[in-house]
Design a protein around this ligand. Structure first.
Ligand SMILES: NC(=O)c1ccc[n+]([C@@H]2O[C@H](COP(=O)([O-])OP(=O)(O)OC[C@H]3O[C@@H](n4cnc5c(N)ncnc54)[C@H](O)[C@@H]3O)[C@@H](O)[C@H]2O)c1
Length: 438
C-alpha cells in the first residue's frame, strides 16, 4: 500500500518504520526540517529501542521518503495516518492547532484529488473532534463529502514510549471508529495480521476509548502507589499485598465491577474504605484518590436523584431497595438513600423488593432501615404489579429474574422508567425509558 504519515514524532516515526519494514511504501510528512533530514539520512528522530537499525534498513531499502509538502504526500498515497501532536494547552484543554491546520491543508488537496482517500486520525483527540470539528473543515475545503470523496476515521494508538516497536507488533487490540465499511476494510488489510482482536465502533467511541484506557492506566498506577504508601505506614510489604491482589482473576484483574451501573453500597465497601482512610490518616498518610471515592459515589447517587426529580413526576415506584440484586441487606444501600430523599421532597413512594420482608429484618440491617426510612412499612408492596400500577415513574434499582418481563408487560406509554441497572432489551418497554447515564 502507499501510505502517508503526518507527524513524525514517537507515534509517526515508529509507524513509518514498521509499515516500511512490512513492505509498504511510506511517505513521512513533518513541519520540522530537522526531523525530515534525519530520516532522509536513515536516522531516527526519536530514541526508541530498535529504531536505529530499523530506520537505517527501511530507508536504504527505498521504502521511505519524506517531505514537508502535504499535497505531494496526499496525491502520492491512498491512505494517510495522522499522528501530529495534540499537547495540553495551559488551561488543560487539548491544543488542536496543528490538527486544525492540517485538516485545512488536506481538505485543499482533496479538492484536486480525483480518487478517494482514507484519512486515519491516530492522534489522541477529544471525543467528537473528528465528526464535529475536522469533518466540516475537510468537507468545506475539499468541496466533497465524507464517505464519498474521502473517508475520515479514527484509530487510537496504544504504543508506549520505550517499547513502541514491540507494542506496534503486539498491540492490546486494534480499534477503528468509522461511519462506513470502506476504511475498516482498508485498515484490516493494513493491521489485520497483528496478533490481536480487531474491533470496529463509532468514531466517538474510538476517540473516547483512548482517553478511558489512559485514565484507567493512571488510576491503576495511583491505586498501587497509594496502597504502597499505606502499606509502608502499616509495616506491611506492599509487593506481597499487590502480588496477591493481582492473583485474583475473578474479582480484581477481570471485567468484574467495570460495567457502568449504579452506585456501590452495602455493608462492606463503604465501611472498609472509611476504615482505610482513617487508619491512613492516623499515620499521616495522604490518599487523595481513595479519599475521593465516597464523594464520587455520592455524586452518582445524586445524579440518579436529580434525574428522577427532573421528570416532575410525584408518584415514584422503586423496584429494589437493598444494595444489590439477590440480598435483603439494606445497610448503606444507595436505593435507601434515594428513597429517603424522595420522601424528604414530599413525593409519594411505593417499593417492591422480592428479598426484603420487613418482619424478617434483624440486627444492624433492621436498625439501619428504621433510622433512614421509619415509615417503610407503609411503602412496601408485596408485588411488582402494584408498584407499577401506582407509579408515574419507576426507578429500577435491581434486576432479579422476571423484573424486565413485568416491565415489558405492564408499563404504560405514559410512564417513565429510570433504569439504574442497564436492563437487557430495554427498548421493548413501552414507557419513556431513561438509563442513568446512557
Ligand atoms: N507518545 C506516545 O507514546 C503516544 C502514544 C499513543 C498516542 N499518542 C498520541 O499521538 C499523537 C502524537 O504523539 P507523539 O508523542 O508522536 O507527538 P510528538 O510531539 O512526538 O510528534 C508530533 C509531530 O507532529 C509534527 N507536526 C506538527 N504539526 C504538523 C503538521 N501540520 N504536519 C505534519 N507534522 C506536524 C511535529 O513537528 C512533531 O514532529 C498525540 O496525539 C499523542 O497524544 C502518543
Amino acid at each position: 500500500m502507499r501510505i502517508s504519515i503526518f507527524g513524525l514524532g514517537y507515534v509517526g516515526a515508529v509507524s513509518l518504520a514498521c509499515l516500511a519494514r512490512d513492505g509498504h511504501k511510506v511517505i513521512g510528512v513533518d513541519v520540522e526540517p530537522a526531523k525530515l533530514a534525519l530520516i532522509r539520512g536513515g536516522k531516527t528522530p526519536v530514541v526508541e529501542e530498535g529504531m536505529v537499525d530499523l530506520m537505517a534498513k527501511v530507508v536504504s531499502n527505498g521504502n521511505v521518503s519524506v517531505t514537508s509538502d502535504v499535497r505531494e504526500a496526499v496525491l502520492d498515497s491512498e491512505i494517510s495516518l495522522i499522528c501530529v501532536g495534540t499537547p495540553s494547552a495551559p488551561n488543560g484543554s487539548q491544543d488542536q492547532s496543528a490538527m486544525l491546520r492540517l485538516a485545512h491543508d488536506i481538505g485543499r488537496v482533496m479538492r484536486d484529488k480525483p480518487t478517494p482517500h482514507v484519512f486515519v486520525f491516530r492522534s489522541t483527540l477529544v471525543p467528537g473532534t473528528v465528526e464535529d470539528v475536522l469533518r466540516p473543515i475537510v468537507e468545506r475545503e475539499s468541496g466533497k463529502k465524507d464517505g464519498v470523496g474521502f473517508h475520515l476515521c479514527f484509530q487510537p494508538e496504544f504504543l508506549r514510549e520505550g517499547s513502541s516497536i514491540k507494542d506496534y507488533d503486539k498491540p492490546p487490540f486494534t480499534v477503528v471508529g468509522a461511519s462506513s465499511d470502506a476504511p475498516i476494510e482498508l485498515l484490516k488489510r493494513l493491521f489485520g495480521h497483528l496478533p490481536c482482536e480487531f474491533y470496529s465502533t463509532s468514531i466517538r467511541a474510538a476517540e473516547m476509548v483512548k482517553y478511558c484506557c489512559n485514565n484507567f492506566h493512571a488510576l491503576k498506577i495511583t491505586f498501587a502507589n497509594e496502597t504502597a504508601r499505606v502499606c509502608e505506614a502499616m509495616g506491611v510489604d506492599p509487593f506481597a499485598v499487590m502480588d496477591l491482589l493481582c492473583k485474583d482473576r475473578q474479582l480484581n484483574i477481570s471485567p468484574a465491577y467495570l460495567k457502568p451501573g449504579f452506585a456501590f453500597g452495602g455493608s462492606c465497601l463503604p465501611k472498609d474504605l472509611r476504615a482505610t482512610l482513617h487508619f491512613a490518616k492516623m499515620r499521616d498518610v495522604e490518599l487523595p484518590m481513595l479519599s475521593g471515592i465516597l464523594g464520587s459515589n455520592r455524586v452518582h447517587i445524586d445524579h440518579a436523584i436529580n434525574k428522577v426529580l427532573a421528570s416532575g413526576e410525584r408518584r415514584i415506584g422503586m423496584i429494589g431497595l437493598s444494595f444489590k440484586t439477590g440480598t435483603d441487606d439494606l445497610r448503606e444501600s444507595p436505593l435507601v438513600l434515594m428513597a429517603e430523599h424522595f420522601i424528604g421532597k414530599g413525593l409519594s413512594l411505593s417499593v417492591y423488593d422480592p428479598e426484603v420482608h420487613l418482619s424478617q429484618l434483624l440486627g444492624a440491617n433492621r436498625r439501619f432501615i428504621e433510622q433512614h426510612l421509619p415509615h417503610i412499612g407503609s411503602m412496601i408492596r408485596g408485588d411488582i404489579e402494584t408498584v407499577i400500577a401506582e407509579s408515574g415513574l419507576l426507578v429500577v434499582g435491581i434486576a432479579p429474574l422476571g423484573v424486565r418481563d413485568a416491565l415489558e408487560r405492564l408499563v404504560r406509554p405514559d410512564q417513565v422508567v429510570v433504569d439504574l441497572v442497564n436492563l437487557p432489551n430495554a427498548a421493548s418497554i413501552k414507557g419513556r425509558y431513561e438509563g442513568l447515564c446512557w
